[in-house]
Design a protein around this ligand. Structure first.
Ligand SMILES: CC(C)(COP(=O)(O)OP(=O)(O)OC[C@H]1O[C@@H](n2cnc3c(N)ncnc32)[C@H](O)[C@@H]1OP(=O)(O)O)[C@@H](O)C(=O)NCCC(=O)NCCS
Length: 189
């Protein structure tokens, strides 16, 4: 388990380490609801999706936990499989940019969220770096809303580059960018 230092007296240190995400799915979705903005109906839909993803034998999850045991951030992902829904949606976009080979031998970051009060302290960076450091795949892919967000800035600083832009998922109102990075992820400095 890695420690991420506190940001002052009101922001305690957190520890980064494996969590049983299936057992803590409601806590994790509560984090995602605040960080990303999810309504009650979306939370219920996400709950089923997360639990289905976690059936994958190579799915991994890490959490950021306060000394009192509160979950304040999490990441999970799994090796990409071309038959999975996410992969089938992004595949034509990647084919159009000549980057469809990124779908093979790649670890997908499915979700990464940190509670706003705990953001900008290195927790997101520590979560995504730790999870990808432990996988066998030589690269990682993910999708993020196609706007200049903290998430996109963080991903770029870790070595993720745009593979496709303006990717439309049937259920999502906003277009996404698909990004890919070689592993291990780039270190700061
Ligand atoms: C994306 C997210 C997980 C990052 O978590 P975090 O703990 O704040 O991230 P870190 O503190 O490790 O890293 C912050 C990095 O984000 C980037 N960043 C932060 N604010 C930024 C901004 N306003 N613009 C651009 N980049 C920014 C920087 O690259 C920064 O790196 P630095 O440490 O070198 O300055 C968090 O912002 C979050 O939960 N956002 C809402 C949910 C979301 O968008 N999740 C991703 C879905 S794809």
């Amino acid at each position: 388990m890695a420690a991420v230092s506190g940001g002052g007296p009101h922001t305690p240190s957190v520890r980064i380490g494996p969590i049983d995400l299936a057992a803590r799915v409601d806590e994790a979705l509560a984090v995602q609801a605040v960080a990303f903005g999810l309504g009650p109906e979306e939370i219920e839909v996400r709950r089923h999706i997360v639990l289905r993803h976690l059936d994958h034998p190579c799915a991994r999850a890490l959490g950021a936990t306060t000394p009192g045991g509160r979950l304040v951030g999490f990441v999970y992902g799994m090796p990409n499989e071309r038959g999975q829904w996410w992969s089938t949606v992004v595949e034509p976009y990647l084919r159009a940019t000549g980057s469809a080979h990124w779908l093979d031998d790649s670890f997908v970051i499915t979700e990464l969220h940190v509670l706003p009060k705990f953001q900008n302290r290195g927790i997101g960076r520590a979560l995504i770096t730790a999870i990808t450091d432990a996988v066998d795949q030589p690269r990682s892919i993910l999708s993020a809303i196609d706007t200049e967000s903290p998430a996109r800035g963080l991903y770029r600083s870790l070595g993720y580059q745009d593979l496709a832009r303006q990717v439309l998922f049937p259920s999502a109102p906003k277009p996404y960018a698909v990004m890919g990075a070689p592993l291990p992820l780039r270190r700061r400095g």
